[in-house]
Design a protein around this ligand. Structure first.
Ligand code: ADP
Ligand code: GLC
Length: 487
């Protein structure tokens, strides 16, 4: 089975969030299941890893992509995913991708990803590598199902799967993008596949045209059918609900395992949990916070956006800082959140450290050094940090939504049954009061050493490696290909 896996972020080439981790780990896992997979991604100006080696692909038949009647040049580079022989094709155009950030608010943001998608299809066509299925990820790739059905007869028998990592990001642009996107105006009418409240919507096109669709957790697949979580696309998602499934993300334990993680102070596993303390001491030293033996260290790592429940966190911070606990926050994103958090950090510097920025090494050190990890998300398609936390013996406190509900088994404190499997804490409503109560409960549970250790061991023993989920993707590919060939 040949699969082209197309994503706008792939670790270690680029990353803004969890989709980048998935776009590296899933193709590697698929390869072990005998899926012949090639990954396609833009070659951005700045690489995440400066040491990456790329090879230019020479003598390409045509390096011109037609956008709205104008030709734009493309260069193709080849590389592999680390620790694998999965090929990655990187698409370069200095003008579109040589910018400071992966995503921009520039007026041609939509055009950048139209170019990307066309360049992928041109590559496949010209190298005559016609995939059985093209796997798309989020809005930046969501026009491909339309292109392969309507614009490129050569892909007549290729099936398509669109993975929704987050329906809140849809790629909405004014209708004058239609000719740039090469989308037939007939599709642009109220309630039509291309139209969304007077604008053009990439993701809606993808949901309409792809053969099958999935989200990154089973709960999120149900949630997006409702007004609360559908972000305005619940109508079309309900129309496609027979072709919509939820497959929980896995994680890459080669990168995220305290037993072998090279980025943390001291490696540990479930039989050497006492060494976790060395990570707490090391982290406190690094972030210049006094190490307090009896206080739990509470961590938070996130993009600072509304999705992640930052407003709840900010609301309860003054109360949290009254607890016998210390806090470390690492994040970057919306200015207003960055400023508010920094202000708190200044005011309560003995118990709270706020680091604004993106720092992968520090993220690993926080996972290893913290005792409790907060994820009060308003919505969470899957979430990876709570899964990393489980592995690092760092009890997550989560809002029970989307993938957070599907991965954390909450402790209720009332019966010994609950402790048998529990590995974290959860609250249901998006409410500051509930969040505060749950953190208070976690902090008081931390004092019960026996209970705490059981929670840690339960979490560390759970297995979210990609094997199971990759097999589910393979089954979904087979279903989509069958469906396509029956038509
Ligand atoms: P999302 O993709 O919505 O941001 P996920 O939980 O799926 O949420 O993935 C987030 C990923 O990004 C994790 O690997 C996390 O460690 C990483 N991350 C987020 N913010 C930062 C940051 N400021 N510094 C380092 N890593 C970060
Ligand atoms: C998105 C979601 C996150 C998910 C990630 C990877 O960024 O916000 O919940 O884990 O994609 O699928």
């Amino acid at each position: 089975m040949k699969v082209a896996f197309v994503s706008s972020e792939v670790v270690p080439f680029s990353k803004t969030g969890g989709m980048a981790d998935v776009s590296a780990a899933l193709p590697k896992a698929l390869k072990t299941l005998d899926v012949e997979v090639k990954v396609f991604t833009p070659k951005y100006g700045k690489f995440l890893d400066k040491n990456l080696k790329l090879k230019i692909i020479k003598n390409f038949p045509s390096t011109e992509i037609l956008i709205n009647g104008n030709t734009k040049n493309v260069k193709y580079f080849s590389s592999t995913l680390p620790h694998s022989n999965v090929e990655v094709i990187l698409i370069e155009n200095e003008f579109y991708f040589g910018r400071d950030n992966i995503y921009t608010t520039d007026p041609d943001e939509g055009e950048r990803f139209i170019f990307f998608q066309k360049a992928v299809l041109e590559f496949l066509k010209q190298t005559d590598w016609i995939p059985d299925l093209i796997h798309l990820n989020d809005w930046q790739t969501a026009l491909i199902p339309y292109y392969i059905k309507e614009k490129y007869p050569v892909f007549r028998s290729s099936a398509s799967l669109l993975t929704l990592h987050n329906v809140a990001y849809q790629g909405i642009f004014p209708p004058d993008i239609l000719p740039v996107a090469d989308v037939d105006e007939k599709l642009f009418f109220p309630t039509g596949p291309a139209e969304y409240y007077g604008n053009f919507n990439f993701l809606k096109m993808g949901i309409f045209f792809s053969d099958v669709i999935n989200t990154v957790s089973p709960t999120y697949a149900k949630e997006i059918l409702t007004e609360e979580f559908g972000a305005g696309l619940e109508g079309i998602l309900n129309e496609r609900k027979n072709d919509l499934v939820g497959i929980l993300n896995g994680v890459d334990y080669k990168e995220w395992d305290p037993a072998s993680d090279p980025l943390i102070f001291e490696n540990y596993n479930s039989t050497s949990l006492e060494l976790k303390t060395e990570n707490k001491i090391g982290l406190c030293k690094e972030i210049k916070m006094r190490y307090r033996k009896t206080f739990p260290l509470v961590g938070f790592i996130s993009r600072l956006t509304e999705q992640k429940g930052i407003d709840l966190l900010i609301e309860i911070l003054p109360e949290l800082l009254k607890l016998k606990a210390c806090f470390v926050i690492l994040g970057a994103g919306e200015k207003k959140y960055e400023e508010q958090l920094l202000e708190f950090g200044k005011r309560y510097s003995s118990k709270l450290k706020v680091i604004i920025g993106y720092d992968n090494t520090l993220a690993h050190k926080i996972e290893a050094g913290a005792d409790i990890f907060l994820m009060p998300s308003r919505f969470e398609p899957c979430g990876l940090n709570q899964i990393y936390s489980l592995k690092y013996g760092t009890a997550p406190v989560v809002r029970a939504t989307g993938g957070l509900r599907d991965t954390v088994i909450p402790y209720n404190g009332n019966d010994s049954n609950s402790l048998r499997n529990a590995d974290g804490f959860a609250f249901d409503d998006y409410s500051a009061t509930q969040f505060l109560k749950t953190v208070q409960f976690a902090v008081s549970t931390y004092k019960q050493k026996g209970v705490w250790k059981k929670l840690q061991l339960n979490g560390m023993s759970r297995d979210f490696s990609w094997d199971v989920s990759a097999a589910k993707y393979k089954e979904l590919y087979e279903k989509a290909i069958r469906q396509k060939r029956e038509v």
